[in-house]
Each structure stands twice: as C-alpha cells, then as structure tokens.
Design a protein around this ligand. Sequence first.
Ligand code: GLN
Length: 222
Amino acid sequence: APRIGVLALQGDVREHLAALDSLGALALPVKSPRELADLDGLVIPGGESTVIDKLSRMYGVAEVLKARIADGFPVYGSCAGMIMLADTIADPTSNLKGEPQQSFGGIDMVVKRNAFGRQVDSFEVDLAIRGLESLPSQDPNRVTAPVRAAFIRAPWVESVGESVQVLAKVPAENTPLGADGLRVDRIVAVRSGNLLATSFHPEVGGERRIHELFIQMIRGDA
Ligand code: GLN
C-alpha cells in the first residue's frame, strides 16, 4: 500500500486520514521534516494557510517539502492546501512585521483567498471533474456522478500557466461578481504533473474519488 502523509500542523487532518485509510493507503500524520522522508505522497489539508505557512517554516517542513516538490513528489492540496501549492497568492496576508505569507509553490497559478465572498462564504455545489471517469471504482458503462463539493471560505484560481490542467470550474451562476462587475466560471480544481489541488473539501461529505485519483497519480496510473 502507498504510504501517504497528511500534513498535521493545522486543519482538518483526521478527515483526510480517514479518506486515505478507507481507500487502502497507509495514512500517516506528518509534523516534522524527518517524517516526510519515506512517504510516497502527501496531502495538505484545509485550514488556515497563514497558520500552515508559519508552522511549516518554524518546524523546518517548508524547506524540505519545497525541495521534494521540485523533485516530483506527489502532493494533493485542498482549500488552504491549494493555496500552499500556488506559485502566487493574489492577496497574501502580512504578519505584524509586514512579511507576506508564503506558499510552498509548485503549481504555476495565481490563487485568490476567500474568493467566493461573504454572501456565499460556504456553499455546496455538484461539480463535474475531469479524470474521474477512468478511476478503478468507476463502472465504465455508467455515467460518472458529479462530486458534491463543499466550499468553506474557499480560494479560486484566477489564472494558470500552460503546464496546468484545469479539472473543474464552478459555473458563473454560483460565483459572486468579480471586480470588473462580471460573473464568470471560476477554476476550482487543477493538476500539474504530480500535484493536485482543489478549492473545495471532498473529504467532508464522504466523497472519496479525489483521493482515489491522487492515489492513482502516486501509482503512476493517472
Ligand atoms: N480561507 C482559508 C485560507 O485562506 C482557507 C479555508 C479552508 O481551507 N477551508 O487559508
């Protein structure tokens, strides 16, 4: 079974451990650079990206993880985890010394934090996601069911580079007006090489296919 860590500095760690465990992976909470060493992949959970940033640098995890990501290490980031995988944070929060929050980076994209705004702070929507139709759990003769996606003060992806594959968008009618007064589809799931990121939390409602896709990526089958 693949050994998959869940970065356990802050956030909804247990839900990801349970999701991975239910798919037959060996799921391990990870707090130190040493624990990163013999993993096949890592999940960065949702939570608060400024806190995950601060603690990961404090514990020396950030430095080691950045190097591993550059080396092709598979990582899945959900919500705050997506923010941590972005090369660019559109609106970084600064600490008391005026230093902006940092990400691990790895995916050539710009993310906007808390993007869906106050009126729809948290919401759920059914999303079609590319790549799920060929998962082992999918019956090829049946229609691929949409993912019930929970967004909790979620980011969206403002733009992606050419290396990034867009896997899902929230349709315009479920998104707030942008600064330009327009309502447009917003990117909420991407893949770039061995990195996977979603704005939403698939783990909260019992959905397992995003984690299954990640395990297939680790095995080299997706
Ligand atoms: N708003 C949070 C952040 O900026 C992310 C929210 C989440 O992970 N549910 O880090």
